[in-house]
Design a protein around this ligand. Structure first.
Ligand SMILES: [Cu+2]
Length: 364
């Protein structure tokens, strides 16, 4: 009797704890087959009825048919096989001409023994023909003997960037999202919140001053919209580390219990100026007063003129940049950017940041 019929007919032999009905094995048994010694695993492939088993003690893989209960092929191995895997093998559509098998106890003459922990190996077995063959060996460092999964690459559809300010644990926009120009440091008693941003090749703010004993949180947003432009963040000697993929906002909290000057910096190579992507955290010792009096700075006329020229040059660059932005916006509008999801996402994002910039202008 088929299992589903036994279930429908309620051909039960009793009840387990909790009232779970039991079906006697003999009632629904389709057949039995002797595969070998130390059978470890079974996987399916795309042909109906065909399954593969690994026999650890016999060093072999068996291809057999669970409908006819007959062995169709055996592959003798040079090692004791562990878990098997067929790509998409855990889905309703196992899909491959290949099977992998884990070799936990591998030692090869041509591969260095780097003990005490050795890598495990996966062997690639060609199952496309009547005779299986072991065609390739690949090391898998830190491998577990159990369970692996492979899927067709066509079903993987990765996102390129998070919507700006995403808390990647919840998928929602973080309340700590910070955009360019809105960086700030807020203090309430000994609680300090830093709302910072990261983009090649700056961490803003670049200088943070707190007092010994303050509880400090860096809320950081990676403003990057480019692909794979991840920044890392760490505060030297405080053991705080974060990885910030494009668009991500996350927070790092610590108690500033060691006074001193600590660099914080990007830990993911992000551009040629990666090494410049840093800031300084100044933790003032308890009771620190600092020097009395103000430092007076006197500028010569030449220095003043220099600063003025510098300022005017910057304005020219800003105007020229605005012209470029205007021409890009015109181009995008004329070419119906909404028709291209990739471009539209960038435009929405840019307007999001521009909107924040406009509202911050009003406030100042
Ligand atoms: Cu960086």
């Amino acid at each position: 009797m088929a299992f589903k019929d036994a279930f429908a007919n309620k051909t039960f032999s009793g009840e387990a704890d909790g009232g779970i009905p039991l079906i006697d094995n003999a009632t629904v048994k389709h057949g039995s087959i002797k595969l070998g010694n130390g059978v470890i695993d079974v996987v399916f492939e795309y042909r109906p009825g065909i399954v593969y088993s690994s026999a650890f003690n016999d060093k072999k893989i068996i291809r057999w048919n669970y409908e006819t209960m007959k062995i169709e092929d055996e592959l003798a191995l040079s090692f004791k096989p562990g878990q098997l895997m067929v790509p998409q093998g855990l889905s309703a559509e196992p899909h491959s001409n290949y099977l992998t098998v884990v070799n936990k106890e591998a030692l090869y003459e041509n591969i260095a023994d780097i003990g005490p922990v050795r890598p495990s190996y996966q062997h690639l077995i060609d199952i496309s023909s009547d005779q299986m063959s072991d065609i390739y060996t690949m090391s898998i460092p830190q491998a577990n003997l159990y369970g692996s999964v492979a899927v067709l690459r066509t079903i993987i559809k990765p996102i390129i960037r998070y919507p700006l300010g995403t808390n990647t644990r919840t998928g929602e926009i973080s309340v700590y999202k910070t955009v360019a120009g809105q960086e700030k440091i807020e203090r309430e008693g000994n609680r300090v919140h830093i709302f910072g941003t990261m983009i090649r090749s700056h961490i803003v703010p670049e200088i943070v001053e707190v007092n010994e004993g303050d509880v400090v949180t860096f809320h950081l947003t990676n403003l990057e919209r480019a692909e794979d432009e991840t920044h890392g963040f760490t505060i030297d000697t405080y053991g705080k580390h974060g990885s910030f993929e494009p668009g991500k906002t996350a927070s790092l909290t610590f108690t500033a219990d060691r006074p001193g000057v600590f660099p914080y910096y990007c830990t993911e190579f992000c551009s040629a100026l990666h090494l410049e992507m840093e800031g300084i955290l100044l933790i003032k010792p308890k009771g620190y007063k600092g020097k009395k009096g103000e430092v007076k700075i006197k500028l010569t006329d030449a220095e003043l003129q220099g600063y003025k020229k510098n300022y005017e040059d910057k304005l020219v660059v800003i105007d020229a940049t605005q012209d470029v932005i205007n021409s890009v916006v015109t181009f995008l509008k004329e070419n119906n950017y909404q028709d291209y999801p990739y471009v539209e996402a960038l435009v929405v994002d840019a307007f999001d940041q521009l909107g924040q910039a406009a509202s911050s202008k009003e406030k100042h």
